[in-house]
Write a protein that binds this ligand. Structure first.
Ligand code: SF4
Length: 376
């Protein structure tokens, strides 16, 4: 069995009580069946306490008090971990922020960037985003893909290498977003038709009606609705770091028409990329990081196309947070601010299932149906 990890894997260390955006807050934490059985078997005061922390209903979650996990101590630490009872922590808590997937005899481990420490490591290591062989202690897989097909697995890895090489070429981010879209769309139709060997599909094949490359991969009308509707999702509060972003965003874009917003976003992206080339590197690194995660986790369902479209939404939101900061005269070299923006966008959007569902639905209605005339 081979384990591969993201290049900065071994630098991770949990910030514990110093964490500014702890994973013990703001999530719904489900309790997997194995952990639930341990709770049922646990006796005495601990057993009583654990059972009281479970929600009612079939799908068990950890109860939250004041938005925080019921097992969090006043000092902000995990009570179960402090007691050395890690086996009683839900599986997701034992593994997070690792994202570990097993396919066949291989395992790949990256990080969710919804943790402030991993967002920092990503930004500090963005010139070296790659998977490396790992020989350390075994890392428990969060997902196991049970159906294994060697040819399909090899195809996925070959496709991924090809896409990563393209991202690492000197192609600009607007060109990458656009051309990879056509590529995944083509792959999707070949997978559906099962007509050719998918790894032979070239990235730069025929691209219909080539338009000028723009930073507005999506019309800004879609991004605006995501920020002003989906992002809020009824739970947007004054304590939420994205509340400030949404207010600042609305001040700038709220007065514009959709066409003006498209032009404004495009012009500002060009301006900041020229002035701060490191931001361009960040967008490319994010695309590479997303590609590593996406192609491995789409293995079973072959949903590259849909997942890729979601990735372009997250990328445009990261770019939007930079545009808003730039227009408001913030220091664009401030890494702490970059970490906060990235960490919050990932936590709030990418790892919130109901928001992800809303965004997918929006893309189906407002992008795919219009562009492709069908639903996936
Ligand atoms: S979010 Fe990351 S750094 Fe913060 S407590 Fe959780 S694992 Fe640790």
């Amino acid at each position: 069995m081979g384990t591969r990890v993201i290049s900065f894997y071994e630098q991770f260390e949990c910030l514990a009580t110093k964490c500014p955006n702890t994973c013990c807050r703001g999530w719904r934490i489900s309790i997997d069946n194995e952990t639930r059985e341990r709770y049922e078997k646990e006796e005495g005061a601990e057993g009583f306490r654990l059972k009281a922390t479970m929600t009612f209903g079939e799908d068990k979650e950890v109860r939250r008090f004041f938005g925080r996990c019921a097992n969090e101590t006043k000092e902000g630490l995990c009570r179960l971990q402090l007691k050395g009872r890690e086996e009683l922590m839900p599986e997701i808590c034992r593994i997070y922020p690792r994202r570990s997937i097993r396919i066949g005899d291989d395992e790949e481990v990256t990080f969710e960037l919804s943790c402030p420490m991993t967002a920092r490591l990503f930004l500090e290591n963005m010139s070296d985003i790659r998977m490396v062989d790992y020989e350390g202690d075994e890392i428990a897989p969060l997902w196991i893909q049970h159906k294994f097909n060697e040819k399909h697995y090899d195809d996925i890895l070959a496709i991924r290498d090809k896409v990563i090489d393209y991202i690492n070429s000197d192609a600009g981010i607007s060109e990458l977003m656009s051309n990879l879209y056509y590529y995944y769309r083509k792959l999707h139709s070949h997978v559906m038709a099962q007509d050719i060997d998918i790894k032979t599909v070239p990235i730069m094949g025929h691209i219909p009606d080539r338009e000028e490359y723009k930073y507005t991969f999506y019309s800004f009308a879609i991004i605006d609705k995501i920020i002003m509707n989906d992002l809020k999702d009824g739970r947007f509060s004054f304590q939420d770091a994205l509340y400030d972003f949404s207010k600042a965003y609305n001040k700038i874009f709220g007065k514009m028409t959709a066409a003006q917003a498209d032009d404004f976003f495009n012009d500002k992206c060009e301006e900041i990329i020229n002035k701060y080339p490191k931001l361009h590197d960040k967008y490319k690194a994010y695309l590479a990081y997303y590609t590593y995660q996406m192609l491995f986790s789409s293995y079973e369902y072959v949903t590259f196309y849909k997942e890729y479209l979601l990735g372009n939404v997250y990328l445009m939101l990261i770019m939007t947070s930079d545009v808003v900061d730039f227009v408001n005269g913030k220091d664009m070299d401030d890494i702490e601010r970059q970490i906060k923006n990235l960490n919050n966008i990932e936590k709030r959007l990418r790892h919130n299932l109901s928001i992800k569902k809303n965004i997918s639905h929006r893309l189906e209605e407002e992008f795919i149906k219009i562009k492709e005339g069908y639903k996936f």
